[in-house]
Design a protein around this ligand. Structure first.
Ligand SMILES: Cc1cc2nc3c(=O)[nH]c(=O)nc-3n(C[C@H](O)[C@H](O)[C@H](O)COP(=O)(O)OP(=O)(O)OC[C@H]3O[C@@H](n4cnc5c(N)ncnc54)[C@H](O)[C@@H]3O)c2cc1C
Length: 456
């Protein structure tokens, strides 16, 4: 039998749950190892949240500089240095990754093992796992392997180069005309980014008839119209069926309401995420997946005792903050009193400008769930601070339960919307009625006054 290192617990994947969990369990005297096949920090640090928000910040500076005359200033011309914008984003992402690497270099518990990991079956009272060339014996396993771009069934996609959420930072050339397949949050955030950098952008939004289709229609429509005002073009009720190379660019064959063909210099595929669970050896321990998702209960325990799951592959919300919360659940289950459950209020944001901060149910979801809903709406143009800073676009929509005044969900489409929505998030966690904010005193002049105005 091959020699093997032994650990109490092995975490497969250095994502948003795995890293803090590794340190927390090691501090409890467990012998812990974490394996990573590529870059520590996973999607968020290396190509997701961190660099996208850094790049979006550059795009906002460009946009605001172009609006200088509205504020009484003269900026003759705004020149975008696209490579420098990417370099700034790479630097911020790299710094974050280096901090994580330095942490592992300074300790041997948790140990870091580099390489692709695959379960090889049960052994003794635990599991054997192959990590690159190494074999590891462990009592418990946490799967935190994240996702990659889901490739849509577009004929010819395998024979053209395309940009996606995983490789955009390496594409140094600013597209002259970027076609984006997908009108979800990545498509919108990146579409506005490239547009503000100077590209012509066309979003092929699919068959739902609108962008970010989970949102209430008025929110989807407002987002689309805001981006259209900046020159982003949308093809609604349109699907990409095939693609082929066309000189230095691509030509897409479309179906639906849009044109039959779209020529573009570059293509960005943003059609969702696919779990990295197809090469994990799950079958060797009898674990099933459903569309790549590893099913787990509210403790994040899988059907196989001793194997836990965290982050995007466990089904449900796929965000950094929910993955991080999985770490708290798992720590409580593995080394704590098991009290922490996944019953959580889940917020998220779309980092367009203005941002969409969201929490809880949409109006449609609340009505479908049978609530007697009270809907409140407030236009940001009524807010003093928004007018003073020249950012009056957007609105706030709050959906409350008429019976007890508790907030069921909120959408804040506004400058700093992702920050502002936290007032509603905290209220929902406290189980307090919206009158708590209505009857409070907020500072004048602030955008936060709008949070209050919306429920007054
Ligand atoms: C473009 C983009 C923008 C985003 N923006 C935001 C945002 O603004 N806010 C937000 O909350 N979320 C955002 N997300 C989502 C967020 O990045 C993820 O939800 C978050 O990273 C949680 O991931 P995770 O913990 O499941 O795993 P990940 O962070 O994806 O990490 C999984 C790790 O496992 C490794 N791995 C996979 N298989 C193996 C294996 N077999 N062996 C060893 N290692 C393996 C991978 O290399 C990876 O490093 C964004 C995502 C993208 C793509």
């Amino acid at each position: 039998m091959e020699n093997a290192s032994t650990y109490d617990l092995l975490i497969i994947g250095g994502g948003q749950a795995g890293i803090p969990l590794a340190y927390a369990l090691a501090a409890e005297e467990m012998r812990v190892a974490l394996t990573e096949r590529k870059n520590l920090g996973g999607s968020c640090v290396n190509f997701g949240c961190t660099p996208t928000k850094a790049a979006i910040a550059s795009a906002r500076v460009a946009y605001q500089a172009r609006r200088a005359a509205e504020y009484g200033l003269k900026i003759p011309e705004v020149e975008v240095d696209f490579q420098a914008v990417l370099e700034r984003a790479r630097k911020i992402s790299g710094q974050s990754r280096s901090n994580i690497e330095a942490g592992f270099e300074s300790t041997d518990n948790p140990a870091l093992i580099r390489g692709h990991s695959r379960l090889e079956g049960r052994e003794n009272r635990g599991f054997r796992v192959r990590v690159g060339d190494e074999s590891v014996l462990v009592r418990q396993v946490v799967l935190n392997t994240g996702t990659r771009t889901a490739i849509p069934p577009v004929e010819g996609l395998d024979s053209v180069d395309f940009i996606d959420a995983g490789n955009w930072l390496e594409h140094e050339e600013l597209p002259e005309h970027l076609a984006i397949i997908g009108g979800g949050y990545i498509g919108l955030e990146m579409g506005q980014f490239y547009r503000r950098m100077g590209s012509r952008v066309t979003v092929i939004a699919g068959s739902s008839g609108r962008v970010v289709a989970r949102e209430d229609e008025e929110v989807s429509e407002a987002l689309r119209s805001l981006l259209e005002d900046e020159g982003v073009e949308f093809l609604l009720n349109t699907r990409a069926e095939k693609v082929e190379r066309d000189g230095n660019g691509v030509v897409l064959g479309l179906s639906g309401e849009g044109p039959e063909e779209l020529r573009a210099s570059h293509l960005f595929v943003a059609t969702g995420r696919r779990p990295n669970t197809d090469d994990l050896g799950l079958e060797s321990v009898g674990l099933n997946t459903s569309r790549g998702i590893v099913e787990a209960d509210e403790r994040l325990a899988t059907a196989v005792e001793g194997i836990w799951v965290a982050g995007d592959i466990r089904g449900g919300p796929q965000f950094t903050h929910t993955s991080y919360d999985d770490y708290r659940v798992l720590f409580s289950q593995i080394a704590g009193d098991g009290s922490h459950t996944t019953r959580r209020v889940v917020p998220y944001a779309i980092f367009t400008d203005p941002e969409l901060g969201r929490v809880g149910m949409t109006e449609r979801e609340a009505r479908e769930a049978g609530y007697d809903v009270e809907v409140m709406r407030y236009e940001m143009k009524g807010n003093g601070k928004a007018t003073e800073i020249g950012e009056t676009e957007g609105f706030i929509k709050v959906v409350a339960n008429r019976d007890d005044g508790r907030i069921l969900g909120a959408a804040v489409l506004a400058a700093e919307g992702a920050e502002l929505v936290h007032a509603y998030i905290d209220l929902m966690n406290a189980g307090a009625p919206y009158s708590t904010i209505r009857d409070a005193v907020h500072i004048h002049p602030t955008l936060a006054e709008a949070i209050q105005s919306a429920v007054s």
